[in-house]
Design a protein around this ligand. Sequence first.
Ligand SMILES: [Cu+2]
Length: 194
Amino acid sequence: MIKNVVLLSILSVLPATLTYAQGAKSAAKSTESKSSASKKADSKRAAKISPECKFNINGNDEMHYTATIGSKPVISPAFDISIPKSCPLFEITLTHIGKLPKEAMGHNIVIAETANLEKIATGGSTFKDKDYIDPKADSLVIAHSSVVGGGDHTTATIDTTKLDPKKDYSFFCTFPGHFALMKGKVLLVDKPVK
Ligand SMILES: [Cu+2]
């Protein structure tokens, strides 16, 4: 849904642009203002998301995701994110528990089909200003957060109607080089995993 808003805003500024450079500038500006608006929408929506439809994940300075699964601390890629089928929206909060700035050890979280993981992760590495997401690969991305550095947090909200139970999905970080360790499977499950 957020992606649609951004896409619409980019499309809406296109006719007014005379050159590519101007177009890129306006699109970036428009994305920026929309993103603070959609952040507000996100927090409103988040208030309505029930606890079983939320997941907390951490990123650290050692280039790993960590999470608590069934009261046990685990390190990626040794854990999955399980999404109950009953959740219309599923919200993942990523907290960077390290100290390094996002320029050196930034993390995001991207959800996509596992088959597209490598393409998205390697293609995004040069798009620092786009949260390391290649705009051309945008249609392959189910959901993604922004990039955060030490002490900061961000969220990614998944519209679960976009998940096909017959397909295989993963979560991963597209900061250059991180997807080798920072990844795991996203599973659609019948019942919430405690
Ligand atoms: Cu990362």
